[in-house]
Write a new protein. Structure first.
Length: 160
């Protein structure tokens, strides 16, 4: 299993859009449908349909995650559309979001108006360093490990 070391932040749509507008790097945009097949306090099995809006390609993934908070274990593999459709029929809940990636930062825009961004790190030590000032300026609050802002919780409340 690969370790995922990631911090998650809440921001406002206007602030995120300003940051993205001023980014000096190419943006990658995706439409994501995510469904949860199994969920316990410490594990989740989910599937994802990820459409790349820049070239209209679609990929499907199955992901197993263990833990919550800053450090999680993750196994992800690409699956066929047929497997995705089959597993989707067994889903507990699901969520749709638009993702914009820039400079290794993933901004997620949800239909309820919520906007989050995630930064992935190569080590715990690196994750403890202050984030860039431009990003710090758009942070409303850090929500790393806050289950109220987990995709599963939002999917359970609002769904697709």
């Amino acid at each position: 299993m690969a370790k995922e070391i990631e911090r998650k932040f809440l921001t406002r749509k206007e602030k995120a859009n300003t940051y993205l507008y001023n980014a000096f790097s190419p943006l990658n945009s995706f439409e994501i449908e995510q469904y949860y097949i199994e969920k316990t306090n410490d594990t989740e099995l989910r599937i994802r349909r990820k459409e790349d809006l820049t070239n209209s390609t679609v990929k499907y993934f199955k992901t197993f995650k263990k833990g919550h908070g800053l450090i999680r274990e993750e196994i992800e593999s690409e699956i066929s559309e047929k497997d995705f459709i089959s597993m989707k029929s067994k889903a507990i809940c699901g969520i749709k979001k638009k993702r914009i990636e820039v400079n290794g930062i993933e901004f997620d825009f949800y239909k309820n108006g919520l906007v989050t961004f995630e930064i992935e790190f190569s080590s715990v030590e690196e994750s403890k360093k202050p984030i860039d000032k431009e990003l710090l300026d758009i942070v409303e609050k850090e929500i790393t490990g806050d289950k109220e802002y987990s995709n599963f919780k939002m999917a359970s409340k609002e769904g697709i």
